[in-house]
Design a protein around this ligand. Structure first.
Ligand code: NAD
Length: 457
């Protein structure tokens, strides 16, 4: 049996070694899930809801230990690991409140002797291949509604968040989900590829555009339902009438929280020339107040860079920007080892000829560009292949709505950023992906509607 070595990205230390899957074991797990899924689908909804309610209680019971594990394997500051786990609870509450209604039979027409209904059947055996940056969020966005709607789940956590993935599965089993219908498959990309090779009924992926594209290619011709939640290059526009201090404080947090490793982290900021200098000054002051260091320290705000290769990408974006005329206002180079560290980095005088304004950074780095008016800001915000989120800061709601209605993004924000709500669908435009999670539609997506045409004799 192969094993997966798990290192702490903040120190480089080996923290664990866990058993990993092979192509053969993945195939065997698939057969198990296939055989047991119908019995799980037959479990009454009330019982499945009670199981998820118990899972919620177990997350609360173990919250401190789970947060410590997340911090050790991902390098997320401990306060932010606790926030992620506490933030999971309202998501679970949303699923608990909405699941039954989302899949209730709908009686849509009765006329003469004809009656029409819609029922919602589980997809069957679904695969969830997931990312490491918010592993509780992105894992449970799929696993929980998929299980509630009667699917079996084969879950491949990121190789950078395997201990958290194993913990999610362990607590679901303890809560009462049969081991055969919720199976955690530890390993890297090769285990994900082996999972896709099975006769799955749905593929729910969260990760980079490059991997998403590879997965779409490997599913080509298979007619399997596929959802891809991919990267972003999330822009925000600060209008002339915005409060530069309030906007700067909010956006510095939106850019640097989770050490900038969020799909909806703010990566590009366009600021009206009237408030540009005041905004930049406040932004730099806010960033300077962020404490970087040991992710285990409750005061730490900037933690580790989880994946080592990202350090080179971030430095390359800075080099490219500076070579093309950008001003490096703070940060710019990796910190000393051991472990992977990068300081908050702010570039001004940037343009769209620079990679930092075009390619996903996925780190604590942001470009700030001066603009003349709303039209220029909208044109620049839309000058991207991504379309996950976009925002605007202004006192004028009508102006905000006008700007946001012209921006191509799955999620838009007025005077806020880097925010996800369980009540709203989470989706992307363009290379940010296809399909959605969250919202009522993010529960129904794990089911297949069946249309009933019934004629009374
Ligand atoms: P990644 O693409 O490197 O890996 C994602 C998953 O795919 C991992 O589990 C990995 O093992 C697996 N994988 C790799 N190669 C594979 C293959 N050939 N076949 C099957 N599976 C394979 O991404 P990551 O570094 O884990 O996550 C960061 C990315 O995720 C960023 O781009 C970020 O924007 C994105 N993300 C998006 C959302 C969203 O909701 N849109 C949320 C979180 C993260």
């Amino acid at each position: 049996m192969p094993t997966l070595a798990i290192h702490n990205p903040a120190t480089g230390a080996l923290i664990d070694e866990v058993a990993a899957e092979t192509a053969e074991s993945v195939a065997a797990h698939f057969r198990t899930a296939r055989a047991t899924q119908p019995a799980w689908a037959a479990v009454p909804m009330a019982e499945r809801l009670a199981i998820v309610q118990r899972f919620r209680a177990l997350v609360v019971r173990d919250l401190e230990a789970l947060a410590a594990t997340l911090t050790r394997e991902v390098g997320k500051p401990i306060a932010q690991s606790r926030n992620e786990l506490n933030g999971l609870l309202p998501r679970l509450d949303f699923f608990l409140e909405q699941a039954e209604g989302a899949v209730r039979e709908e009686h849509v027409f009765t006329g003469g002797d004809m009656h029409e209904e819609i029922s919602h059947a589980p997809l069957g055996v679904v695969a969830n291949i997931s990312a490491w940056n918010y592993p509780w969020f992105v894992g449970c966005n799929v696993i929980v509604p998929a299980l509630l709607t009667g699917n079996a789940v084969l879950y491949k956590p990121s190789e950078h968040a395997s201990l958290t993935g194993l913990a999610i599965a362990r607590l679901l089993h303890e809560a009462g989900v049969p081991r055969e219908v919720m199976i955690c498959l530890v390993g890297g990309g090769e285990v994900g590829a082996a999972l896709i090779a099975q006769a799955i009924d749905g593929l729910f992926f969260t990760g980079s555009h490059a991997t998403g594209q590879r997965i779409a290619q490997s599913l080509a011709g298979r007619l399997v339902k596929m959802q891809l939640e991919l990267g972003g290059k999330d822009p925000t526009y600060v209008r002339a009438d915005a409060d530069p201090k309030a906007a700067a404080e909010s956006l510095a947090d939106g850019a640097m929280y989770n050490t900038g490793q969020g799909c909806c982290s703010v990566e590009r900021i366009y600021v009206h020339e009237a408030v540009h200098d005041a905004f930049v000054e406040q932004f730099l002051a806010t960033v300077a107040s962020f404490k970087q260091g040991d992710p285990g320290d409750p005061g730490t705000y900037i933690g580790a860079i989880t994946r080592a290769p990202q350090l080179e990408l971030l430095e390359a974006q800075v080099r490219d920007a500076v070579a093309k005329g950008a001003a490096l206002r703070t940060g710019g180079r990796r910190g000393p080892g051991p472990g992977h560290h990068f300081p908050p980095t702010v570039l001004t005088d940037v343009t769209h000829r620079m990679d930092v304004m075009r390619e996903e950074s996925f780190g604590p780095i942001v470009g700030i560009q001066k603009v003349k008016n709303d039209d220029e800001a909208v044109a620049l915000m839309n000058d991207t292949r991504y379309g996950l989120t976009a925002g605007v800061y202004t006192r004028d709601e009508a102006a905000a709505r006008a700007v946001l209605s012209r921006v191509q993004a799955g999620t838009v924000y007025w005077n806020c950023c880097d925010r996800v709500s369980p009540r709203l669908p989470w989706s992307g435009v363009g290379d940010s992906g296809i399909g959605l999670t969250l919202g009522v539609a993010g529960i129904q997506t794990f089911t297949r509607p069946k249309a009933w045409h019934l004629r009374t004799p």
